[in-house]
Structure formats: C-alpha cells, structure tokens
Design a protein around this ligand. Structure first.
Ligand SMILES: [Zn+2]
Length: 168
C-alpha cells in the first residue's frame, strides 16, 4: 500500500469566503465577554452557509470547457474584442478539442467566476466597539485565525473568515 502524502493541497488560485447565512442554521450557543471597555459577543451556529469564491475570473468555452484565466492576458489579447473585465470575448485562435482530434468549432468564450457553497459551522464574533479601521479589523481577524488553527490543531487553510462593518 502506498502512503498518502500529508501535505496540504496546492492552492493555485486565491479564494475568498463570503458568509451568506442560512436561516435554518441552528444556534449552538452564545457567549459574552468583557475586556475592559470592549464587549465581545460570540454566537456559534451549525449547518450554516458559506460561499468560497475565486478572486480570479475565468473565460470558458461553452462547447468544450476550454478555459483561460483572467490573468493570462497574453492569451486573452488574441481575441479581437478583449478588454479587461469584459463579459465575453470572440473570434480568438482555435483551441484544441478535448474530445479527440482537431479543433473545437467554437472560438468565443464567456466570463465566469467560480464559487462553491457549502454547509459548515460558523462563529459570529461581534466587537462592541468602533470597527471603522479596516487595517485593525484585518489584523484582529488574522490573529484569531492563527490562534484557532494553533489551539484546535487544524490547518490554517481550513478556517476561513470574513469581515463586516457595523453601523450605529
Ligand atoms: Zn471549445
């Protein structure tokens, strides 16, 4: 039997997590903590919903699935009407058909972003303080993510977080 390598999966494209919520999620528990002037509320839910979205767009052939990533500008400029971030491009060079010999008959590609919705457990952590400073928010988020991974002995890539501002 061959040993399974324990290295993390290669991350080829960056992704971002988006919390979409699920109204059928079950609240597990709520906690409140006081740290001096700052109150922190934590609510954990099970069976909640997150979306993981690629930060890069993809141009895809609707006939065969041939794909060019939006940062492969050298390939994209071969399409006559390509401009950054356009929804579709046409009349590019022929691409090989993945279904055997020859070329695919389609030379137009449409832009897609890839995302995947999944069910997971979520902890909402609310700081009852000013949260206007994005740099501080990011810093706190990464400190928490690293601490979670460390304390729970899980891969850093297996915990995701997203930020939201609060308005008073
Ligand atoms: Zn094709």
């Amino acid at each position: 039997m061959k040993a399974v390598p324990l290295t993390a999966q290669e991350l080829k494209y960056r992704t971002e997590a988006v919390y979409i919520g699920d109204k059928n999620a079950d609240t597990i528990s709520t906690y409140s903590y006081d740290f001096g002037d700052i109150k922190i509320n934590v609510q954990s839910t099970a069976n909640d919903s997150l979306v993981v979205k690629s930060t890069e767009d993809f141009y895809v052939c609707s006939k065969c699935g041939y794909t060019i990533v939006a940062d492969e500008t050298g390939k994209l400029i071969q399409y006559i009407d390509y401009k950054s971030k356009v929804e579709a491009i046409k009349d590019g060079p022929k691409h090989a058909s993945p279904f055997g010999k020859g070329f695919c008959i389609n030379t137009n590609l449409n832009k897609y972003s890839l995302h995947h919705e999944f069910k997971t457990d979520v902890a909402k952590i609310e700081f009852e303080t000013d949260t206007w400073d994005y740099a501080t928010m990011l810093s706190v988020m990464y400190a928490l993510l690293n601490a979670f991974a460390d304390v729970l002995s899980i891969e850093k890539l297996d915990v995701k977080a997203c930020l939201t501002y609060k308005y008073y």
